[in-house]
Ligand binder design. Structure first.
Ligand code: SAH
Length: 346
């Protein structure tokens, strides 16, 4: 009977050191292998050139290196690249490279599918299949960093957790991945260049504050009126705005860091005067700024981007109240790579 081999990247550095010490080698060998696995992102024991052949064979007997593969790659005419990523068990997620003049941002997935049911989001149509492991999140970043160097002659500069899934519903693995991404033993990126975007799970926002995370927080708000928000983001029924506000106060008290609200304005849904006023009020809960995102249609006609007059109304009212507001044009729309369009069409 074949024994199922363990994924070597599920081991911590300490566990890897112990493995070598217990198997008649030096613990230090664990450091070398760890470096190949993470910092150098190797996917085969044979390429570990400073490890002896017999040790490499012993590793291959005991472990596998599970890893992702780029299954498909689509390039948009604005330079955006959408990757279909095949996981070791055959499931697919998507990761997007988004270039601007000065930056390259990786938009990564945290789950296969999503358990939330946001009415305007294509990913919501897939049921949640499973959480991604830390290495599967990390590998998406490695893939996009390589593409950035290849196609844009620069390394990856920013990461947003705005791909498929709700990162706060896979918190432990997301944190482990970010630890590796920011560690000098991994990619050595600054946490300041990472943004976690959540639909707003109050308990987990407090947990992040307690954990003193150093990355940025964005909340997909879309409405600051419970009734409206529940109609488009049904889980708002369980996590109403007052609970969200309370968790954000807690976040700010502990971290002293602003939050960004992501907000789409739709025709006939949240384009009234009272919608604007409610957002202005909500922005006063803690220091914050607003990103108004362009709506990316997901082909069912239920939602329509509001008129530019409605948008201007939001902008002028927010600005009048000294709230910073950015209007975010979508990128990669022609290849369904924009926010909310990730759904494995292939
Ligand atoms: N679950 C997380 C991250 C994934 S969604 C979250 O909710 O934040 C990433 C962003 O895209 C969110 O702000 C989401 O509200 C937004 N989004 C989803 N569908 C969209 C669409 N069709 N058009 C524009 N933005 C969309």
């Amino acid at each position: 009977m074949e024994i199922k081999k363990k994924d070597i990247r599920a081991l911590t550095k300490e566990q890897l050191r112990e493995f070598f010490a217990e198997n008649g080698d030096k613990a230090f060998r664990g450091n070398q292998v760890y470096d190949w696995l993470w910092s150098k992102s190797l996917h085969s024991f044979d390429e570990m050139t400073n490890i002896s052949k017999s040790t490499r064979e012993m590793l291959a007997k005991n472990f596998v290196i599970n890893h992702i593969e780029v299954d498909s790659m689509q390039k948009s005419n604005d330079g955006t690249i959408k990757n279909g990523i095949r996981l070791h068990d055959g499931l697919l997620v998507e990761s997007v490279l988004i270039p601007t003049e000065t930056r390259t941002t990786a938009c990564v997935s945290s789950q296969v599918g999503c358990s939330l049911d946001c009415k305007f989001c294509a990913t919501a149509r897939l049921k949640r299949m499973r959480n991604l492991n830390p290495d599967e999140i990390y590998d998406q970043v490695v893939v996009i960093d390589k593409q950035s160097r290849l196609y844009h002659n620069r390394k990856l500069s920013n990461i947003v957790f705005m791909g498929m899934g709700e990162p706060l519903m896979n918190y432990n693995n997301v944190i482990k991945a970010i630890d590796k991404i920011t560690s000098p033993e991994g990619l050595g990126m600054s946490a300041k260049r990472i943004t976690l975007s959540t639909s707003g799970v109050p308990k987990m926002i407090k947990k992040m504050a307690d954990d003193e995370v150093k990355f940025n927080l964005a909340v997909s708000l879309h409405s600051a009126i419970d009734e409206v928000r529940t109609s488009i983001m049904p889980f708002n029924e369980i996590f109403p705005l007052e609970d969200l506000a309370e968790s954000l106060r807690y976040w700010y008290a502990k971290t002293k860091r602003k939050v960004t609200y992501e907000y789409v304005v739709w025709d006939g849904i949240n384009d009234r005067k009272e919608d604007v006023q409610a957002l202005v009020d909500f922005c006063k809960v803690i220091p914050s700024k607003v990103n108004l995102i362009e709506y990316n249609p997901i082909d069912d006609g239920m939602f329509q981007q509001a008129s530019s007059r409605a948008l201007d109304n939001y902008i002028s009212n927010l600005e009048m109240n000294d709230i910073v507001v950015n209007v975010r044009r979508s990128r990669g729309k022609d290849i369904d790579a924009a926010c909310g369009q990730l759904a494995n069409k292939s």
